[in-house]
Design a protein around this ligand. Structure first.
Ligand SMILES: C[S@@+](CC[C@H](N)C(=O)[O-])C[C@H]1O[C@@H](n2cnc3c(N)ncnc32)[C@H](O)[C@@H]1O
Length: 281
């Protein structure tokens, strides 16, 4: 595999932007296969749109509902430093962990579904930095193996209730089995409580989530999830609107939206929360 190493001096100035760590280094080491410098460019507004999903390294778009690698890449570069530890408690096809390995972050990944853990292990099988990346079967509501205040950044991309089902009702604890939105939010609150426990004070936790419709009416899952995260003590650092592209279900709903007078949902919410320095404030 053709891996190149970039150093900060390889990257033009305009790719640098300020964050809480000062200027993003962009970075001391980024391992890229396709030499696409623009993929390193960080987002600078609260609207993110990636019509072309990144396909460097072992990233592939064929896991239903996975996020484009540009999402975790931006989060990792904005909210963590090299050698720090990132947690993705619902890895799916491993997009975040691939980025951690490329960007020299240590990482812990879990997924309730052993098949997804296996897939992630396969996708981590490439030459990258020597960071420590582990992935295991686990439940994001019970992170008992992780010590209090030991994680530098959490990136989370949960199921959007049962919009996409990841185990077709076969796995207990799979949040994609839950159709009742209030019940789904109750479980997400348990996840948020664990995130708050394991995150270091002053550090960040990001969650990407989208809405749905029931009987033609808009169900604002992100707003309900936001409320749960605030309830457990997080404060909101950023609200980012992520435009959606290539939605499989639009083929079906496209022709019906005009007939039944509703709009196709083409955005998700990416919330970045902060755990305060003292007592979460
Ligand atoms: C939207 S997908 C994540 C996709 C991932 N970001 C990627 O790029 O491939 C959500 C994942 O959450 C997992 N999941 C559902 N309930 C879970 C739970 N209680 N604990 C851990 N993982 C869970 C599902 O198995 C699925 O892989």
């Amino acid at each position: 595999m053709n891996i190149r190493t970039y150093h900060s001096s390889d990257v033009v100035n305009e790719t640098a932007s300020p964050n809480q760590y000062g200027t993003i280094k962009n970075t001391d080491k980024i391992y890229l296969e396709n030499n696409e410098l623009e993929d390193i460019k960080l987002e600078q507004t609260t609207i993110w749109s990636f019509p072309k999903r990144g396909n460097w390294s072992t990233h592939k778009g064929n896991f239903r509902g996975n996020w484009a690698p540009q999402v975790p890449r931006n989060l990792i570069l904005m909210y963590s430093n090299e050698r720090e530890t990132v947690l993705d408690p619902m890895v799916g096809s491993g997009t975040t962990l691939i980025e951690c390995k490329l960007l020299n972050r240590n990482a812990i990944g879990y997924d309730i579904n052993p098949e997804n853990v296996q897939l992630t292990k396969q996708r981590l099988n490439f030459e990258g930095s020597d960071s420590n990346v582990i992935v295991e079967v686990g439940d994001a509501r019970k992170l008992s193996k992780i010590e209090n205040e030991s994680i530098d950044l959490i990136t989370n991309h949960p199921p959007y209730a049962n919009i996409i089902q990841y185990s077709n009702g076969m796995l207990e604890g799979d949040l994609s089995n839950i159709s009742d939105i209030n019940r789904f939010c109750d479980e997400i609150e348990l996840v948020a409580i664990e995130f708050f426990r394991v995150l270091k004070p002053g550090k960040f936790c990001a969650i990407l989530i989208g809405s749905t419709r029931k009987n033609g009416m808009f169900i604002p899952i992100p707003h309900m999830v936001l409320d749960r995260f605030l309830r457990v003590g997080f404060v909101l650092k950023e609200e980012i609107i992520k435009q959606q592209h290539n939605c499989g279900s639009n083929q079906y709903w496209g022709s019906r939206s005009a007939r039944f007078n509703f709009l196709l949902i083409m955005h998700e919410h990416l919330f970045v929360f902060k755990k305060g320095e003292k007592n979460g404030k």
